[in-house]
Design a protein around this ligand. Structure first.
Ligand code: GLN
Length: 487
């Protein structure tokens, strides 16, 4: 039998139901891998070993009794942005280092109902602000393909843990690219659903109009299984949409001949590494051989997406993060002189530099006299960007391009240059501004570093995106590759 960590999630589900191994064995195997390898990667903030083994035994009992859920006994890693009852939920911040969540997020409830087992909570950029996982209070995460390089961010812990197979799959959240960019840099598959597809209830807010949770796993087939447990209406999130949930696994193998793929001319320009472009073009050729048609399109306002995002996201974060005041929960400074000293020092000590930078920019953009010039303007640009996509989807079914302009960069390389860091999400950000679904799929390597293909669809087209990604994965095995040190 193939070692359990070399199997995809879909294969593990099959193995459990065939009785090839129990959830207790499977969970033990991954806990042992975390213990053996995570010191090199720092992908977990918290490992919930005892609870995981107890949940695995419960799943084995449920299976024996004939009432196993769809993910019964499958171990998963959860990004530390989701509230998980009785478990520290730090959001990568010193501010919440001592915060034990009193309830489960909707996403966690979904996995519990499906019978999944939580291995622990993954490392992330502080409050999901970053593209390299270097802003975490718990230290940087290393890319398993080259531990001197970043795994991407903010869901860098999830991406690294899955790439090194310390967990079969994980969750991420994506405000401007935080599922797709780390998935690309670590060589796994990640999906950011349509805004409103997955409830944000219990997911710590960064920028509420952009945040969306989604799956990160080796394959598209795996992502389909995970999204099934995550998607659906939830009245506790007023932005969660009451749209029917598709069966995400049903149409995976459907032929894609006749598919019209739009290639935005703005995405294939100087900023793009030529070797990354070559891998993307090879994948596009493969789609042509499957009967798809490539069409050049234009997204004329793409150059405005990063500037608009870096007004909207900080503005919303300055409001969302005002709740961390050292009073009700979270970090509180020692011996405050008075109330103001308590607020100032608690926030000053609790937040890191990147979070402070965003709060300052956001509060400035929202202040009287500047609101019209910045926040309102950014919202208007956001509409232009949505219109560009709407026009494009009149001509094509999906849009493809590179997920990131370069492969994984070195730790520290961009740490002192926020603008160059912000540009690593240059292709992903517009998708969040428009609320569309997008995926990253591994399509090869450059100097042994993974490259991701970005696939963007129209609203609610998750099943179609998964189908398109799966068709490529039926013929290629980039998604099955594991870095040698973790094989
Ligand atoms: N890298 C982007 C940022 O720093 C996106 C982060 C995210 O998607 N959470 O804001």
């Amino acid at each position: 039998m193939t070692a359990m960590h070399r199997m995809t999630l879909a294969e593990l589900v099959g193995g459990l139901s065939a009785g090839d191994f129990s959830s207790s064995e499977l969970t033990r195997h991954f806990l042992d891998r975390i213990a053996a390898h995570d010191a090199q990667l720092n992908s977990f903030i918290t490992v919930t070993e005892e609870a995981a083994m107890a949940a695995a035994r419960k799943a084995d009992e449920a299976r024996a009794a004939g009432n196993a859920g769809p993910l019964a006994g499958i171990p998963l890693a959860q990004k530390d942005i989701f509230n998980t009852k009785g478990v520290r939920t730090s959001c990568g911040s010193r501010m919440l280092d001592n915060y034990i969540a009193p309830y489960d997020a909707r996403v966690i409830e979904g996995f519990n109902d499906a019978g999944a087992v939580m291995l622990g909570k993954t490392n992330m950029d502080e409050f999901a602000m970053g593209s390299s996982n270097e802003t975490s209070w718990y230290g940087a995460v290393k890319n398993p393909w080259d531990t001197e390089r970043v795994p991407g961010g903010s869901s860098g812990g999830s991406a690294a843990a899955v790439a090194a197979r310390l967990a079969p799959a994980a969750t991420g959240t994506d405000t401007g690219g935080s599922i797709r960019q780390p998935a690309a840099l670590c060589g796994i598959t990640g999906l950011k659903p349509t805004y409103g597809r997955v409830s944000r209830w219990g997911m710590i807010a960064f920028a509420s109009s952009l945040d969306q949770a989604g799956p990160m796993a080796p394959s598209a087939e795996d992502c389909a299984l995970l999204l099934q447990a995550m998607a659906g209406f939830d009245e506790r999130d007023s932005t969660c949409m009451n749209e029917p949930v598709d069966d995400y696994s049903a149409g995976l193998t459907q032929p894609i001949d006749g598919l019209k793929i739009g290639l935005p001319k703005e995405y294939f320009t100087e900023g793009l590494d030529s070797a990354v472009e070559a891998r993307v073009r090879e994948a596009l050729k493969h789609y042509e051989s499957l009967g798809a048609e490539l069409v050049e399109i234009t997204l004329p306002n793409s150059h405005l997406s990063a500037p608009a995002y870096y007004v909207v996201a900080p503005a919303e974060c300055s409001s969302n993060l005002s709740r961390f005041d050292g009073v009700r929960f979270g970090h509180r400074c020692d011996n405050p002189k008075d109330l103001e000293d308590m607020y100032c020092r608690s926030r000053g000590e609790g937040f890191g530099d990147e979070v402070k930078r965003r709060i300052l920019v956001g509060a400035y953009a929202l202040s009287a006299g500047y609101y019209d010039a910045y926040y309102l303007k950014a919202q208007q640009i956001r509409r232009l960007i949505s219109n560009d996509f709407a026009e494009a989807f009149k001509q094509v079914d999906v849009i493809m391009g590179p997920t990131t302009p370069t492969p994984a960069f070195r730790l520290g390389e961009k740490a002192d240059d926020p603008i160059s860091m912000y540009l690593s999400d240059i292709y992903t950000i517009a998708v969040n501004l428009a609320g569309l679904p997008g995926m990253s799929v591994p399509v090869g390597t450059v100097d042994d570093l993974p490259v991701g293909l970005h696939i963007v669809g129209n609203y609610w087209s998750e099943a179609r995106l998964l189908n398109i990604a799966h068709r490529l994965q039926m013929d290629t095995d980039w998604h099955k590759q594991i870095p040698e040190a973790f094989a």
